[in-house]
Ligand binder design. Structure first.
Ligand code: NAP
Length: 267
């Protein structure tokens, strides 16, 4: 068992993300008896975890408080958190958009605050998780990094405003890929392929291509050029992507909308 796990962990909101994190940590040795989950309807919890449906003033001071609610819920939850002694607690927030200053205003009594931005692949131990904190000592930063690196990779941001960018890139990003995969399969169906075969070939191609980028010394743009034979089929398709920078502009616009929404969620 890793000695990086908090002595006691209080989780407020254990849905898709916090639930997946907990499952990953339990699989790596987190003691269920050290965990209290507050959630009206949490995802499956192992035996030994203390489960409450509301924040109870009797909850003893936790080492870590993991905030896994939606950003819009913070206003409702914060007054209940004020009933707890959090003076020596590290608040770890995964809330999109809500900055340290907003968290500090909502939970003024908390000892320290760190922000994380994971993604859905945390459920299979392959999240890229961005971390940000202002005033933590090195030992605490190392502990946070160790715990999130258990669930994929973890890297610190120097500037909090980058959290909006990370949210638009790797936080929301799995949805973009899922939609692109879907669009590829739909395109093949339109060209006459059976649905199940289109979905299978699209997914296999994406998987192999991602692995190829990982194993290659070349950039994705260079690899694209290697796929495209002169005057061949790929070039014909890339011309459609590149006309008026259509693909780059579409993706940039989508990411700008996500980053803008992240800023709004923090207000
Ligand atoms: N999903 C992602 O890919 C992703 C990625 C990065 C960051 N995030 C962030 O992670 C957070 C959670 O997202 P999610 O997708 O895991 O949402 P989710 O599945 O809806 O999880 C939120 C959980 O909080 C519970 N809850 C609602 N009100 C509560 C209260 N007053 N006290 C305690 N628990 C309460 C919900 O219960 P009910 O279902 O009964 O309402 C639900 O189980 C968000 O802040 C989001 O910005 C999400």
């Amino acid at each position: 068992m890793s000695n990086s796990f908090p002595q006691s962990l209080l989780v407020i909101g254990s849905g898709n993300m916090a639930g997946a994190m907990l499952r990953g940590w339990f699989a790596r040795g987190l003691d269920p008896a050290s965990v209290t989950v507050v959630d009206p309807s949490p995802r499956e919890l192992p035996e030994g975890v203390r489960h409450l449906t509301t924040i109870d003033a009797g909850i003893s001071a936790p080492d870590w408080l993991l905030l896994g609610i939606k950003p819009q819920m913070l206003r409702d939850v914060a007054p209940h958190l004020a009933t707890l002694d959090l003076s020596n607690t590290l608040l770890v927030s995964m809330l999109a958009g809500v900055e340290i200053a907003g968290l500090r205003a909502a939970v003024p009594g908390v000892g320290a605050i760190a922000r994380i931005m994971p993604n859905m692949a945390i459920g299979i131990g392959q999240s890229v998780t961005a971390l940000f904190a202002e005033t933590l000592d090195q030992a605490e930063r190392d502990r946070i990094e160790t715990l999130f690196a258990m669930l994929g990779t973890a890297e610190w941001l120097d500037d909090e405003s980058q959290m909006h960018v990370v949210t638009a890139l790797s936080g929301s990003g799995p949805a973009y890929l899922f939609r692109f995969l879907d669009a590829l399969a739909k395109g093949a169906i339109t060209l006459g392929m059976p649905e199940d075969q289109a979905a299978r070939l699209a997914l296999g191609m994406v998987r192999g291509s991602a692995e190829l980028v990982l194993q290659s010394a070349e950039t994705p743009a260079q690899l694209a050029e290697r796929v495209a034979s002169p005057a061949g089929t790929t070039r014909a398709a890339l011309h459609v992507f590149d006309a008026d920078d259509a693909l780059d502009r579409l993706v940039a616009d989508a990411m700008a909308a996500a980053a803008k929404r992240s800023v709004e969620l923090g207000q």
